[in-house]
Write a protein of this length. Structure first.
Length: 103
């Protein structure tokens, strides 16, 4: 399983800003190793962020996203103490879910 995500969520006026740092190799399937063998594709393809059981972000990613991706976005709503849940699923079926409290 991948390392935990680093998530920061802060209430700014009437919106909430969320910043997420994910730990993932994000291989494109186009690189070769030292022996010349193609390194198989391995990347996050779905990211979902929920707040109070409502989806506030849903994304489909591909091979163009860098290693250890950083995601930042804002949404209307959210209050200090509310919970943000971030989940990603990669093309191998691995899944990671972490949560943070809005500060």
């Amino acid at each position: 399983m991948a390392d935990p995500m680093k998530i920061r969520a802060s209430s700014v006026g009437d919106s909430t800003e969320v910043k997420v740092l994910m730990s993932h190799e994000m291989e494109t399937g186009q690189r070769k190793d030292a022996k010349g063998q193609v390194i198989p594709a391995w990347f996050i393809d779905n990211v979902t962020v929920t707040w109070n059981d409502k989806t506030v972000l849903s994304a489909q990613w591909g091979t163009a996203i860098s290693k250890n991706p950083f995601l930042s976005f804002k949404f209307k709503g959210g209050a200090k103490g509310d919970k943000i849940i971030v989940t990603w699923v990669d093309n191998h079926g691995d899944k990671r879910t972490d949560e943070a409290v809005i500060a």
